[in-house]
Ligand binder design. Structure first.
Ligand SMILES: [Fe+2]
Ligand SMILES: [Fe+2]
Length: 168
C-alpha cells in the first residue's frame, strides 16, 4: 500500500470539522470552570490543568477562529452575500474573545508555572469568556452552519485542505 493512502485526508465536510471544534471548546470551557471553582488554587492538580487549558486557548482556539474567518467566511460571502453582516458580527466576537484571553492566558501561565494568581481575577475572566464563547458557538451552530449547505463540493474540499495545512 503506498504511504499516501495512509496520509490524513482533508475533510470534505467543514461543518463536521467545525462542530468537533465546538465540542472541544465546550470541554475546555468546562475544564476552566472546574479550575476556577476549586476552593483553593494551591490544589496540586492546578498547574497541569492550567497548562492544558493554556495550550488549548493559546493555540487551538485561534486556529478555529482562523478557520472560520479566513477559510469559511470569504467563500460563504461569495455564495451567500446576505451572510455578510452575520460574518462581520462573528468576526467581531472573535476579537472580543481574544481581548478576554489576553488576560486569562497570563493568569493560566502563572498558575501553570506554580506562581500565585488572583482567584477572583481567574473566576472573573472565566465567567467573561464563557459569556462570550457559549452564545457565539451556539449562534454559529444555529445560524451560520446551516448556510454552509450552499457551499460547492470544491469549496468544501478547499476549506478542508486549509484546515489541515493550518495544523501542520
Ligand atoms: Fe467563531
Ligand atoms: Fe466556531
Amino acid at each position: 500500500m503506498p504511504m499516501s493512502a495512509l496520509a490524513p485526508q482533508p475533510s470534505s465536510d467543514p461543518v463536521a470539522a467545525f462542530t468537533a471544534c465546538h465540542d472541544r471548546i465546550r470541554r475546555f470551557l468546562d475544564g476552566l470552570s472546574r479550575i476556577a471553582e476549586l476552593p483553593d488554587l494551591a490544589d496540586p492538580r492546578v498547574p497541569e490543568a492550567a497548562a492544558q487549558a493554556h495550550r488549548y486557548f493559546a493555540e487551538g482556539l485561534p486556529l478555529h477562529a482562523a478557520d472560520e474567518d479566513d477559510s469559511l467566511a470569504p467563500r460563504l460571502r461569495r455564495v451567500v452575500p446576505e451572510s455578510g453582516q452575520l460574518l462581520d458580527e462573528l468576526a467581531a466576537d472573535h476579537r472580543a474573545i481574544d481581548a478576554v484571553l489576553a488576560t486569562l492566558l497570563s493568569i493560566l501561565q502563572a498558575a501553570a508555572d506554580g506562581r500565585p494568581v488572583s482567584h477572583a481575577s481567574l473566576r472573573a475572566d472565566v465567567t467573561r469568556l464563557r459569556a462570550l464563547l457559549l452564545p457565539h458557538i451556539a449562534r454559529e451552530e444555529e445560524v451560520l452552519f446551516p448556510l454552509c449547505a450552499a457551499l460547492s463540493p470544491s469549496d468544501r474540499l478547499e476549506i478542508g485542505r486549509e484546515l489541515m495545512s493550518r495544523r501542520r
